[in-house]
Write a protein that binds this ligand. Structure first.
Ligand SMILES: *[C@@H]1O[C@H](CO)[C@@H](O)[C@H](O)[C@H]1NC(C)=O
Ligand SMILES: *[C@@H]1O[C@H](CO)[C@@H](O)[C@H](O)[C@H]1NC(C)=O
Ligand SMILES: *[C@@H]1O[C@H](CO)[C@@H](O)[C@H](O)[C@H]1NC(C)=O
Length: 339
């Protein structure tokens, strides 16, 4: 038994030294650090690095103790210790702590929901950060729910369903942990669905329908909508609002002035940046300690993940400084092209 083991170790030593003879130390590190071409490459890298921990153990070691205990409580330890490989998008302890108190309470009292939420944070396969593409959609273990990856600022910022990466490429024996600074919330539906089902957007819902944009905002997108709440609309003089809600063309222009092409989460925005709306207008982004502003509107609830992009709730309606500037026909055509 003991002899067998010694023999085995000797063979491993021979194999390793054989490899080392043919490649300089620099080459070895290049092999280890290179983006893996496939899973086997990942497995080989792991052997070289001497990785011994599976995902739950690695989570504990890198300080994701809430994640580790939630995995255990949700009954996901067995699957996340199995061969995999899996990529786990692991919220930090602070991320879980920053959830609203009611959400936190639910996580501690409803194991079914906890399990579903955690399943949304796991995908099959090993993914290094550099392998992700902007707007890539990954199937999570929660059936029917996808994680949207975004790469911003020349790929220096990566988000998963809006949550920025924190500790990246943590390698376990059975996969990779990409840790996050916030918890990902599974998207309930499209932008249109969101506007329809949330009670704070009854005027926006009416506006979207009058403008004939419900189908587009229900489509593949992806789009980013700055969504004025009812409170925001009610800041307009009642006569103006009434006029607006009876002018489909103008309304369409104004709503498209609230819409960006692509998924733009707040982690992808920079102070002072100009973003381009779908109707080729510009919005100015200001980031302060208070949060994100777009033109003169304050983002009151950023980074809501929807299946076809992102929604940011704003406290004022955005109005182009010169409404006449907007060329209706030009972007009607643009919209037709989008669908
Ligand atoms: C727990 O969560 C599940 C899944 O979301 C839900 O169906 C169920 O009603 C919840 N149970 C309680 C007691 O809230
Ligand atoms: C973007 O990143 C690449 C690779 O890291 C770098 O070579 C390039 O200079 C960067 N460009 C800008 C504008 O920062
Ligand atoms: C929007 O900004 C771009 C530069 O980022 C500029 O070329 C363009 O003229 C601006 N469009 C409008 C409508 O102001």
């Amino acid at each position: 038994m003991n002899e067998d083991r010694i023999a085995f170790t000797f063979i491993i030593f021979l194999i390793l030294s054989g490899c080392l003879c043919h490649s300089s130390p620099v080459d070895i590190w290049r092999i280890v650090l290179r983006e893996p071409q496939n899973i086997q490459q990942v497995q080989r890298s792991k052997i070289r690095l001497g990785v011994t921990e599976d995902i739950p153990h690695l989570a504990v070691r890198i300080g994701l103790s809430d994640l580790a205990s939630f995995i255990y409580r949700a009954g996901l330890t067995d699957i996340l210790s199995s061969k995999g490989p899996f990529t786990v998008f692991g919220p930090s302890d602070l991320a879980f702590f920053q959830l609203p108190p009611e959400s936190r309470k639910v996580l501690f009292t409803n194991n079914t929901l906890l399990k579903e939420l955690l399943e949304y944070h796991v995908v099959k396969g090993s993914y290094y950060r550099s392998q992700f593409k902007n707007e890539e959609l990954l199937d999570s273990l929660l059936p029917g729910y996808k994680i949207r990856i975004n790469q911003y600022k020349n790929n220096s910022v990566t988000t998963a369903s809006g949550a920025p990466f924190y500790l990246q490429d943590q390698i376990a024996t059975n996969g990779i942990i990409q840790s996050l600074t916030s918890v990902m919330i599974p998207p309930a539906g499209t932008i249109t669905y969101f506007v329809k089902t949330m009670s704070a957007f009854s005027i926006l819902l009416k506006a979207v329908s009058v403008a004939g944009l419900a189908d587009i905002l229900n489509g593949a997108g992806p789009f980013t909508l700055f969504a004025p709440s009812d409170e925001a609309f009610s800041k307009l003089p009642p006569a103006e609002l009434d006029k607006l809600l009876n002018d489909p063309k103008l309304l369409k222009n104004i709503l498209l002035y609230h819409t960006l092409k692509g998924t733009v989460y707040s982690a992808g925005l920079t102070n002072g940046e100009t973003v381009h709306t779908i109707n080729n207008m510009n919005l100015t982004i200001t980031i302060t300690n208070q949060g994100v502003e777009v033109n003169d509107a304050m983002v009151t609830m950023p980074d809501i993940t929807v299946t076809n992009g992102a929604v940011h709730v704003i406290d004022s309606v955005l109005l182009p400084s010169n409404l006449n500037y907007v060329r209706y026909d030009k972007y009607m055509h643009f919209i037709t092209n989008l669908t």
